[in-house]
Design a protein around this ligand. Structure first.
Ligand SMILES: Nc1ncnc2c1ncn2[C@@H]1O[C@H](COP(=O)(O)OP(=O)(O)OP(=O)(O)O)[C@@H](O)[C@H]1O
Length: 307
């Protein structure tokens, strides 16, 4: 393990992991993980429950010691606990705690003071996460989604260079989720590096520059969502209302690789959508026909299938 615990090299990548391992007795929670997160990158970490994401993130945050391998965060080693690094990191977890009796503003002011952040950062950060109007509401009276925003504000108020976000949109309604996406995009636009753990594949696809898919302690794929999708599948699916196309008819159409009934639709898989669309138009018309290309979720489900 590297023992560099100074403030770090300002030009170094945000994170460099090399063959990092962490075992809990016989469980290989992290089993030889290597990757680099560039400055300014929005980096997603996805994987099934128990894949090792939390353990890996805690190693990066300096909360856990790796058994083997090297870890560099903002050019310094986060372990042993690196006090010079702490103010440069922002951490939001699923279990972020609040001073419940305090208002959102008071809570954030307390966190800001702990980090030595300027007082003006408090209203600015509340506004950034869309909590300006709830500034005087006590933590215990905030909705689940508002608390989530306060947790993010708490991770942000001291203007960290690298932000670790763990499922920040869990418990948010669809509108709140989308508006938080915008907050996260703005943070990236402002140059922040974000390491983002999520189970929402649509979110990883929409937000992340690159995603690492973890399975049983290992990174099984790492690339931009688009490249992961392009590499995994060259087929397109046509979804045709079942009342207009039978499975038998579907099987006769040109270029059909497979045809299955899915609820009230026939789903046709093809490597060449153009001729198939033309054929479907002749037999069934195109009203209500949808095309579906692969998503990050398809890639993920394929890679994380149990043997
Ligand atoms: N403190 C611990 N002691 C023993 N085993 C642990 C400990 N923490 C995690 N594990 C085990 O290590 C493996 C990885 O767990 P981890 O929490 O890192 O996965 P995860 O990908 O974050 O899962 P989730 O999506 O459910 O949060 C699991 O098998 C888990 O049971």
């Amino acid at each position: 393990m590297s023992r560099t615990t100074g403030p770090g090299d300002p030009a170094a990548p945000a994170v460099v992991l090399n063959e990092v391992r962490k075992h809990y007795r016989e469980t290989r929670a992290v089993d030889g993980v290597s990757f680099t997160v560039a400055r300014g990158e929005f980096f997603g970490l996805i994987g099934p429950n128990g894949a090792g994401k939390t353990t890996l993130v805690e190693i990066m945050e300096g909360l856990r010691q790796a058994d083997a391998g090297t870890v560099s965060v903002l050019g310094a080693s986060p372990w042993p606990r690196n006090r010079a690094l702490l103010p440069r990191l922002g951490v939001q977890t699923q279990t972020s705690a609040f001073f419940v009796r305090l208002t959102a503003r008071e809570h954030l002011a307390t966190v800001a003071a702990l980090y030595g952040a300027e007082p003006a950062a408090v209203p600015r950060t509340l506004a950034l996460v869309g909590l300006g109007e709830q500034a005087d509401v006590r933590g215990e009276d905030l909705s689940g989604g508002q608390r989530q925003r306060l947790a993010i504000a708490s991770a942000l108020v001291h203007d960290p260079e690298l932000l670790f976000l763990d499922e920040p949109t869990a418990a948010l309604d669809p509108q709140a989720r989308r508006s938080l996406w915008q907050v996260l995009r703005d943070l990236k636009g402002a140059g922040r590096t974000i390491v983002y753990t999520t189970h929402h594949l649509d979110e990883a696809e929409a937000l992340c520059d690159r995603v690492a898919i973890m399975t049983r302690g290992r990174v099984t794929a790492l690339d931009s969502p688009n490249r992961l999708i392009a590499r995994s599948s060259s087929t397109t699916r046509l979804v045709v209302p079942a009342e207009r196309l039978s499975l038998a008819e579907a099987g006769e159409l040109p270029g059909v690789i497979s045809a299955v009934l899915d609820g009230d639709a026939v789903v046709l898989e093809t490597g060449d959508a153009g001729p198939l669309l033309a054929a479907v138009e002749k037999v069934a018309g195109l009203a209500g026909v949808q095309t579906r290309t692969a998503t990050l979720e398809d890639v993920y489900l394929h890679l994380t299938e149990q043997p």
